[in-house]
Every structure is written in structure tokens, then in C-alpha cells.
Ligand binder design. Structure first.
Ligand code: GTP
Ligand code: MG
Length: 329
């Protein structure tokens, strides 16, 4: 590891916010030393409670993050916030809108806000979001809140990092639960019906309850539905109570441990997957042989399955995992 990274990690460990910001940038930019950084930080992770917030565009997610943060700060808890916008190539500081909405916390040292957009694939964004959650966790934030628009599968995958997932609905037109993206209802641990200052909130609450009654999956935790308004903090005390209850449920039932073990296994396999892809891409870029095999497919000299066998065999032989006869060494 380079001296520069060593210094950064030292400063990070001392609680230096600029070191935190620079390490996050290195993760986002897929720096060569990214894996080394994450290795060094891993031992410090596992203490933060991760809250995921998702819902339609404009449902009031950022406003809720702001209010929840205010409530947590009153208790003295520190909060790291990641606002994920899969539609934006913009990364770095906070998005302008979020900056305005979360202005109250801008000077608060106990709060750190970071926006992430996508410059590559959505899958890449999901991965780097998980990694940044780890960094904020390692820095020592008690809570890490991840906000993302729930419009597609990749965005829902981002919510996999959360211990508690909150889905935000509103009484607004077109936001009735039938029109909500399939999959989003299933991932909710808590429903917040925001903008309850507007008419129609009760109808949304009863639609969600009906859906929960019909839900085939019977678990010990029935997602509570809380009406809130970020305009006057109506329902906020109840929402905070429900979040604490879900955390207590996860701990007491042992589900937290089961869930985090599952995450750790999944994460490891994802790294294997990702590294494997890098190996194949490297072969594609620098080694003629893999390209030659691909040419055989396009020339119709072989089929893609046989070609894939050949490519795998070639890479494994090159790595020394197989000898030339294809036997394991
Ligand atoms: N009436 C009413 N408006 C609200 C409430 N909460 C938020 N809003 C308004 O709804 C709009 C969207 O709020 P945001 O917090 O930016 O919503 P968001 O879900 O983060 O939006 P995106 O990140 O763009 O998807 C803003 O104009 C808010 O002022 C509420 O409780 N009642
Ligand atoms: Mg927002």
C-alpha cells in the first residue's frame, strides 16, 4: 500500500472528514488501491445501523432523511447520508436540491452527506454504494442512511445494504399502490405515508393494509404503516419509534445476525464475480488468444458454449489452476 493511502487511513482513523471524503472518492473512482483500502477498513465495520429509504421521485425521501436526521441528532447519534441518484452522472458533494433541503445539517460535524450518481453501470453503482456504506460505518457514524429512487431493479438492489428498508408513499395522484413498481412493496420493513397534510393519506394507508393482509408471506414482522408530514413533523415521533422497534426486532429475533452473515457471504461471492470479470476483460484486452476464440464463434467455426469452455480452460491453465490436460493441479 502506498504511503499516501497509509496517511489517508491514519487521518481517517483520527476522525478527519477530509480523509473520509478522499477515501470515498477513491472508492467511487475505482482507484487501483480500492480493494486495499476496503480491506484495511473492514475490521472497523459492523457497528452502524443502516436505514434504506426508497420511493417514487418526489415522494419526500430527502425531506424525510432531513427530519429523521434531526431527530437522531437530538439523541446525540451521528449520521452518514448517501443520496443515490441513478439518473445523475453527478457525484461528489450533495446534489443542489438535497443540499438545500439538508441545509440545517451542513455545519453539523455529526452529519456527513454524500451524493452518488452513475457514471458506469447501475450494477457498479449498487456495488460502490455498498462500499461507501462500509466506509461511513468504519468512520464511526451510528446511523447510515441511504436514499434512492425506487424505480428499477438495480435501485432496489441498492436497498439490500439496509438493515431496515423504509418505503415512502404519498397520497399524490398516480401513487396509489397498484401503480407502484412491483418488488418495492415486498422489500418494505416500514411504510411511511408522507405528505399526510394532503387529502387521501388514509386511503393509501388502508390500501397498504389490505395488501399486507393478502400477502402470502407470513412473517413475525408485519411492516407498520405510519402517516407523516415533513412540513410540521406530524407522525415523526411514531416513525422514529417504529424504526427503533424494527431494529430491536432484528436484534432480538437473531435475524440481524442471520441477515448480516448472508450479506457477508453474498458480498464475498460478488467480489469473486467481479474479480473474475476483470480477469476475463484483462485477457480480452491484452491477450490475443481469447479474441481468436471469439473470432471462431463469429466465423461460425464453433458455438458459443464450446468457445466459453475453451476460454475458461485457457484462463485457468494460464493461472496455473489447471494443467494442460484440464486436470486440477
Ligand atoms: N405537502 C407536503 N409536501 C412535502 C412534504 N414532504 C416533502 N414535500 C415536498 O415534496 C417535494 C419533494 O420532496 P423531496 O424531499 O425532494 O422528495 P424526494 O423523494 O427526495 O425527491 P427525489 O429525490 O427527487 O426523488 C418538495 O417540494 C418538498 O417540499 C410533506 O410532508 N407535505
Ligand atoms: Mg431526494
Amino acid at each position: 500500500m502506498s504511503d499516501a493511502i497509509n496517511d489517508l487511513i491514519d487521518n481517517f482513523t483520527k476522525g478527519n472528514i477530509r480523509a473520509l471524503a478522499r477515501l470515498i472518492s477513491k472508492i467511487e473512482n475505482e482507484d487501483d488501491e480500492k480493494d486495499e483500502i476496503l480491506k484495511r477498513l473492514y475490521g472497523k465495520t459492523g457497528n452502524a445501523f443502516v436505514l434504506g429509504i426508497t420511493g417514487s421521485p418526489g415522494a419526500g425521501k430527502s425531506s424525510l432523511v432531513d427530519r429523521i436526521t434531526a431527530f437522531l441528532r437530538k439523541k446525540g447519534d451521528t449520521v452518514g447520508i448517501i443520496a443515490v441518484d441513478p439518473t445523475s452522472p453527478f457525484t461528489g458533494g450533495a446534489l443542489l436540491g438535497d443540499r438545500i433541503r439538508m441545509q440545517d445539517h451542513a455545519l453539523d460535524k455529526g452529519v456527513y452527506i454524500r451524493s452518488m450518481g452513475t457514471r458506469g453501470s447501475l450494477g457498479g453503482l449498487a456495488r460502490s454504494t455498498k462500499e461507501v456504506v462500509k466506509v461511513l460505518d468504519a468512520f464511526g457514524y451510528r446511523w447510515v442512511i441511504v436514499e434512492t429512487v425506487g424505480v428499477g431493479q438495480a435501485e432496489l438492489d441498492i436497498m439490500n445494504v439496509a438493515d431496515t428498508t423504509m418505503v415512502v408513499l404519498t397520497p399524490g395522484a398516480g401513487d396509489s399502490i397498484q401503480t407502484i413498481k412491483a418488488g418495492i412493496m415486498e422489500i418494505a420493513d416500514v411504510f411511511a405515508v408522507n405528505k399526510c397534510d394532503l387529502p387521501g393519506a388514509d386511503r393509501v394507508v388502508s390500501e397498504i393494509s389490505q395488501m399486507l393482509d393478502l400477502s402470502k408471506e407470513i412473517t413475525e414482522w408485519r411492516p407498520p404503516v405510519v402517516k407523516v408530514s415533513t412540513l410540521d413533523d406530524r407522525g415523526m415521533d411514531e416513525l422514529m419509534e417504529v424504526l427503533e422497534k424494527h431494529r430491536a426486532y432484528l436484534n432480538d429475533s437473531g435475524n440481524m445476525e442471520v441477515y448480516r452473515d448472508e450479506m457477508a457471504r453474498k458480498e464475498t461471492l460478488e467480489i469473486v464475480d467481479y474479480r473474475w470479470q476483470r480477469i476475463v476483460n484483462h485477457q480480452l484486452n491484452y491477450q490475443g488468444h481469447v479474441r481468436d476464440i471469439l473470432d471462431k464463434v463469429t466465423d461460425k467455426k464453433t458455438d458459443p458454449f464450446t468457445a466459453a469452455d475453451e476460454i475458461l480452460g485457457y484462463i485457468l491453465r494460464n493461472s496455473g489452476l489447471l494443467d494442460n490436460s484440464g486436470e486440477k493441479v
